[in-house]
Design a binder for this molecule. Structure first.
Ligand code: SF4
Length: 406
């Protein structure tokens, strides 16, 4: 059943106006070394909480470091983003100085050598907050359910989040549909649940007005990931199926940064987009917009792309890997946003979805390996997680089955 048409909010500025955006605070050089040392001390303290044998402690620290290199690339972290006294360097690791950070590392330590605490299973979960959306994106993985009747009420979602918090989840990514259509519900949920978990909103930029960004920040939201699929406004608008969507992105980025939310862009890189020069033009724009992170997603043949051959060929994967390494480890690009590219580690160490480190809960509460692999393994509201999670894990990830960092 279709719901009423969605009316986009009035935009503050006309399309051709230059939106002035300030950048988020980047920590480099000697300050970065000091911050890194303090973060390493905090991780050491977490390890010492669970292990006393110095050899064991050393082994765990070395394995943590070796896993980081396999996942994030061979170099050292070369910058931090400072927001509200917390330091961020990876989109999927909670910022330092927080319970969410400690939970994350307890989970990673537990994988190397089991600790007594039982609640340390997940790094993050994605939860789809609504089926409603005003856009018609080329790559939409929720295409078949968009604007159908809603099933989950706020208290259902709160129940689900609580279940996963008891399993130790460190981060929750709120997605959709367009989650900002339920901004008041998000505010209420984050207010009641953010103490031990970081919450992020994944949005097209729709309805991320300054007032809404402020409300989310005050509620305790950590950050926002805004989809921008091309540096060219017309190409982005065409990809998203809506004439003002590029303008939403610009304004959403500004409002998010002005509200002191960690701010990231996310791009679905298509065959026609991937080239060294296009990626650099996108990175230049991301830097100009002042965001801290850019997430690069590869297209998958599902949803609106179902039946289409959208998978990138190996030479384009190579271009993306080179771009990822160059931007994150070459000193010349230290003042650019940090790049997140899942394809890099997925091809080396396997996928972290399917209940290994993360999973996806759709708009009916059904649990799937990740947003891009629909394969129901129980319902997060109705079933016990102790039943659903082993089912999910036994099925594993269909694409990258051989996860070798447990
Ligand atoms: S990808 Fe997201 S923003 Fe685009 S149509 Fe689908 S749900 Fe809406």
């Amino acid at each position: 059943m279709k719901t009423k048409a969605i009316v986009p909010p009035k935009l503050a500025d006309p399309c051709n106006q230059d939106v002035k955006i300030k950048a988020q605070k980047v920590i480099l050089g000697f300050k970065k070394e000091v911050v890194e040392f303090i973060i390493r001390l905090r991780i050491l303290r977490i390890v010492l909480r669970h292990f006393k044998n110095p050899l064991k402690v050393l082994k765990i620290l070395k394995t943590l470091d070796s896993n980081r290199r396999k996942i994030s690339g061979p170099g050292r972290v070369n910058k931090f983003i400072k927001i509200n006294g917390r330091y961020f360097w990876n989109l999927y690791i909670p910022g330092s100085n927080s319970l969410a950070f400690d939970r994350f590392f307890e989970g990673e330590i537990n994988r190397i050598s089991p600790i007594l605490k039982k609640t340390n299973r997940f790094s993050n979960i994605f939860i789809a907050f609504t089926k409603k959306c005003p856009l018609k994106c080329e790559h939409c993985f929720e295409w078949d359910v968009i604007n159908k009747k809603e099933k989950l009420r706020l208290n259902d979602i709160q129940t689900i989040i609580k279940k996963f918090q008891l399993k130790g989840v460190a981060q929750v990514q709120i997605t959709g549909g367009e989650p900002m259509l339920r901004v008041d519900d998000i505010v209420e949920m984050v207010q009641s649940s953010h103490n031990v978990t970081d919450f992020w909103v994944l949005t097209s930029g729709f309805n991320l007005t300054y007032a809404n960004a402020q409300k989310l920040k005050l509620a305790g939201l950590t950050g926002v990931v805004i989809s921008l699929d091309h540096f060219d406004p017309d190409r982005h608008n065409m990809f998203r199926g809506y004439k003002n969507s590029y303008q939403w992105v610009e304004e959403a980025v500004k409002n998010s940064i002005d509200s002191n939310l960690v701010t990231a862009l996310s791009i679905c890189v298509t065959k026609s987009f991937v080239s060294e020069s296009n990626l650099m033009r996108y990175a230049e724009l991301a830097k100009k917009l002042g965001v801290s992170f850019v997430q690069v997603l590869e297209p998958k043949s599902l949803g609106h792309y179902s039946g289409k051959n959208v998978q990138l060929p190996p030479d384009q994967e190579k271009i993306l890997e080179e771009f990822f390494l160059k931007m994150n480890f070459d000193k010349r690009f230290r003042d650019f946003p940090i790049i997140t590219y899942h394809g890099y580690y997925q091809r080396r160490v396997g996928c972290f979805g399917a209940g290994n480190r993360h999973l996806y809960i759709d708009t009916d509460g059904d649990i799937h390996p990740c947003p891009f692999c629909p394969a129901k393994a129980g319902n997060a509201l109705e079933d016990s997680l102790d039943y659903s999670l082993p089912v999910l894990q036994s099925k594993g990830c269909q694409l990258y089955n051989d996860t070798n960092i447990r």
